[in-house]
Design a protein around this ligand. Structure first.
Ligand SMILES: [Mg+2]
Length: 114
């Protein structure tokens, strides 16, 4: 499976738990990476932090290059990159409905982080 983590409010909030999970998933043969609404300017810093916070080397880094709305960007990124499972806090729930409405049924699942 291809599995992604949002950063703010998700990977950064539960870094001990999610870094442990990410290692287990990678060791089990899954692709594990980052799906964030950050701008590409933050890529190097994000990956540096990701590694410093104990996460395994990411298999991919997907960010919001075209400054689209976060909901649209993330839903489309899930189809485009064929992400099976994404961990997401929806920025405290702000764009949850919008993103879930844009997701095509069966094209990946989202785990809501509170
Ligand atoms: Mg977030």
């Amino acid at each position: 499976m291809k599995i992604s983590f949002d950063l703010d409010g998700t990977a950064w909030k539960y870094r001990k738990e999610f870094s442990a999970l990410a290692h287990i998933l990678k060791t089990s043969g899954h692709e594990v990476g980052i799906l964030t609404a950050h701008s590409p300017k933050l890529k190097d810093r994000d990956i540096e932090l990701w590694l410093a916070r104990g996460f395994p080397t990411p298999d991919f880094y997907i960010c919001n290059e075209n400054k689209e709305s976060v909901a649209k960007f993330k839903a489309e990124a899930m189809w485009k990159h064929r992400i099976d499972l994404h961990f997401e806090d929806f920025d405290g729930g702000i764009y949850e409905k919008q993103m879930m409405d844009l997701l095509i049924l069966g094209e990946g699942e989202v785990v809501k982080i509170i």
